[in-house]
Write a protein that binds this ligand. Sequence first.
Ligand code: ACO
Length: 327
Amino acid sequence: MPDVSVLMTSVGAYLPKKILTNQDLSVFVETNDEWIRQRTGITQRHIVDDGELTSDMAREAALKALQRVGLDGSDIDLIIVATTTPDDTFPSTATKLQHQLGATCAVAFDIQAVCAGFVYALDIADAMLRTGRGRKAIVVGAESFSKILDWKDRSTCVLFGDGAGAVILERDDDPSDWGIRSSILHSDGAHRDILFVDGGPSSSADVGHVRMEGNKVFRHAVEKLSSVMDEALAAAGMTVSDVDWLVPHQANIRIIDGMQKKMQLPSDRVIRTVDKHANTSAASIPLALSVAVNDGRIKNGEIVAFEAIGGGLVWGAALVKYGRPKN
Ligand code: ACO
């Protein structure tokens, strides 16, 4: 039994109002609805409006998560925003969010692990709360990926969308089997060239665009995700039969289905939102979690498995007993 527990007590999400369907895309890039659906499972994506920023989406998601459990910004000690598409090079989107939430006592910073950003941020927040550097944290995944897409490159621009999701973590000094049960991360920079952005502050004058050898990324995905999930299960002292829900990173329906089969989970135990949200990078897991908590599928006390892989390569998995023990 751990010394303390770090509970995941709430979730909130935000999606921009503007929707871009596959049909809309086919008007300006050589693609079609059938190809996108068959290869990816995506039917539409949400896209930020002019002037709508990553921090705006992060704020809306964070406010919903706070409201759900009756907290406000002044209750929060730690804010981590996972994003590859911050408002500015600096200061961080997290400090902007801190100010907007009135979280005057919180430590706030961004982390960048692309599509694995949420599981990375979760791991860092868990470690910080466990070691006493705060009692309550907001972990946000927020992305305006539409801003770094090459809208002429059909092999990438059809895959991504914008949005934000946030969870509240709370340290509980009564050790229990609730909350974050395990978290495992990996990185391998040798694969940098199969998924990257061809720009950035020190390498180029431009922000750059997403470049991906999709089939090479695909080949790494299920193998790395299933092996890190095995590690996370072992670290938590669990087996797949203990898992109530898989909330995977939503990159491609074929990767999600591949994971479901590899884990031998019943199909209806996997949360799939890639059809409506596309790949929202660091936001995809908390967005999917929010959908399934709001529609009543994921309930207090159920075991949720998270996994994600992204550019780097970086990947990870976490197991969480969601919610709060009833007194
Ligand atoms: N519309 C129509 N045709 C297309 C499109 C499109 N949008 N995009 C590519 N094609 C064509 C290609 O040109 C190619 O044509 P050719 O055979 O004549 O050369 C054909 O379709 C097949 O292309 P592939 O790239 O081999 O297709 P694949 O089956 O691999 O699917 C996809 C591509 C969907 C990108 C898939 O590889 C994938 O999902 N990969 C993983 C992506 C991922 O998980 N990324 C991780 C996270 S992202 C992050 O970290 C930022």
